[in-house]
Design a protein around this ligand. Sequence first.
Ligand code: HPA
Length: 267
Amino acid sequence: MLEKQLKYIKSKTDFIPEIAIVLGSGLGQLAEEIDTVATIDYKNIPEFPVSTAPSHKGRFVFGTLNGKKVVIMQGRVHLYEGYSSKQVVEPIRLMKMMGAKILFLTNAAGGINEDFKIGDFMVIDDHISSFVPSALIGENDDSLGARFPDMSRVYSKGLNDIIFETAQEMGLEIKKGVYVQFTGPNFETPAEIRMAEIIGADAVGMSTAVEAMAAKHCGMEVCGISVISNMACGKSKTPITSEEVNETADRVAPLFKKLITQSVGKF
Ligand code: HPA
């Protein structure tokens, strides 16, 4: 199936990206910064998982960002839409097959760590994916990666250092932490967030960890940033809404675009 999808992409563009970027909820604006060569709607790709989330556009954008050849996913699919972990990571594997060696993941996440505030950026240092099915369950494709891949360093230290350095140059204070993925679509209960805190999570969301795992499996260099769009359940007095998540993403979009664009230039 991946071969068929790759063939379709190749029939539309001969562009070979070096870096793949996944844009999370409300963060699609980065695509405007790209010197666009081609765009391909997911719905036109054979048997491709199509996002149903309202703020997700659902297309690949190919082009140059700050001198680097990139493919951007404007919108991703989630487990809560009914897709399996394996389906969710298909686009990641496809971008690797297109030529991308680096994967830059982004998302909106709830802040668990009480040192975080709404609007903060958290560089993902590690993740907990134990609450969602592994993307690697099922027959292993040995041409992609090992049956039992090592996960001791999923997120590249080198790339994370570049993001920190870039933030410092921008005068922007950013955080670092562990991301925990739950399936959603419901936000968590206070007890679930207390548990997540105890096991070492700093931020919570409904994506990213399975994608990072699949990318590591197929030998990509991975990094990721969470935008803290709200404080996690029980960490604030107000109920969480998707409107709040999107409002925060919109508010920090200019700074977020700048951080990603400048960092990618140094990758
Ligand atoms: N929980 C889960 N996913 C999220 C949250 C949250 O608080 N905020 C944004 N995505």
